[in-house]
Design a protein around this ligand. Structure first.
Ligand code: SAM
Ligand code: SF4
Length: 337
């Protein structure tokens, strides 16, 4: 069996696919100020093109696919894409990351189409604050979405929270407490320095150690092993039904275990989240003389271009300058988080 491996012997078996850069929300840590110009429709990969890439990637050893964006649930006929992907032999897990606003209306269809599970982004349980963070979102829609996803068996439910100092760090313990009664995985993700409205500054950044200490206000945490945990380190409170995950791309990066490639909505394969290096698959996809082997070679090239790590070290005295330069790279909604 083929298995993609990069130049550092890491097994690459996970592809995150952004299916749109458009979004119904405007999260402060993700969207830049003003009205970002979306990628033109004709530049966006068609579902058939995505399916072709996935088939080739699967034959090269990719096993897990996650759909993301922008907001994946605003792309028309997303359920069809899920169905098409689920039909590909060799996919072991198909999941989706969403802000949850439209999830209640989609959960049943998505589960019926074969989606395995969802990650839901949620940064506040306070209605007004949620509205402020997301630029107008309604918290009740997300809560209904979580409920519907659970009912449809899209589990384990993973909830992603990005703590930003001065905005929502006072809710970390409340989020953590949700795991006492619900079997959720509450995952805290360090605020990363991308081109966002709430521009990244060292003051706004909260390191994973500090996030964990905020969470510990809700109880004593014990490390636990969670299957398919990815880059998160997991902990649990005594007697809790769910677990807490801590994802620290900056303070304690997990590059050694990185197993992923990212495909942007306009067809660029990105070997590393923190590098602007991209391999454009679209010209080959749209050239009727290009074979699957050519696309396979491009995927392999992207894998071989994966850097060993992102080299961003919080202890680096030049970090502010480094992070400032990162603010100019594609923001998360354009990469696919
Ligand atoms: N719209 C969907 C959502 O919000 O879940 C999917 C796309 S969003 C870009 C994917 C994830 O990226 C979300 O969990 C979001 O919180 C995270 N994200 C966006 N900008 C971020 C940043 N600057 N730092 C850390 N995480 C970020
Ligand atoms: Fe949209 Fe997700 Fe970015 Fe929020 S985090 S603006 S929901 S893409």
């Amino acid at each position: 069996m083929n298995q993609l491996r990069d130049g550092f012997k890491r097994k690459i078996d996970y592809m995150r696919i952004s299916i749109t850069d458009r979004c119904n929300l405007r999260c402060i840590y993700c969207m830049p100020a003003g009205l970002p110009r979306p990628i033109q429709y004709k530049e966006i990969l068609k579902y058939e093109e995505i399916v072709r890439i996935v088939k080739i990637a699967i034959s090269s050893g990719v096993r897990k696919i996650r759909l993301t964006g922008g907001e994946p649930l605003i792309r028309r006929n997303v359920v069809n894409l899920v169905k098409m992907l689920k039909g590909i032999k060799g996919i072991e897990e198909l999941s989706l990351t969403t802000n949850g606003i439209f999830l209640a209306g989609y959960a049943e269809e998505l589960a019926g189409a074969g989606l395995d599970r969802v990650n839901i982004s949620l940064d506040s349980l306070d209605h007004e604050k949620y509205k402020t963070i997301t630029g107008g979102g309604n918290l009740d829609d997300v809560l209904k979405g979580i409920e519907a996803a659970e009912k449809q068996g899209l589990i384990p439910i993973k909830i992603n929270m990005v703590p930003v100092r001065g905005i929502n760090e006072n809710e970390i313990a409340t989020f953590a407490s949700l795991t006492y009664r619900s079997p959720y995985q509450i995952r805290f993700i360090e605020f990363m320095p991308f081109g966002s409205r709430e521009s990244w500054t060292p003051e706004r950044f909260i390191s994973m150690d500090e996030i964990k200490s905020f969470a510990e206000k809700a109880g004593v945490l014990h490390p636990v092993d969670v299957k398919k945990s990815g880059p998160a380190r997991y902990y649990k409170f005594d007697g809790a039904s769910g677990v807490l995950g801590f994802i620290s791309p900056l303070s304690n990066h997990f590059c050694d275990e990185c197993n992923r490639l990212r495909l942007t909505a306009d067809g660029k394969l990105r070997p590393c989240l923190f590098s602007e290096t991209e391999i454009d698959l679209k010209p080959a996809l749209r050239n009727r003389f290009s074979s699957d082997e050519e696309i396979e070679r491009l995927i392999n090239l992207a894998v071989q271009m994966k850097p060993r790590g992102h080299n961003i070290n919080l202890a680096d005295e030049k970090r502010t300058r480094l992070f400032s330069s990162l603010r100019n790279i594609r923001p998360m909604y354009k990469i696919g988080g």
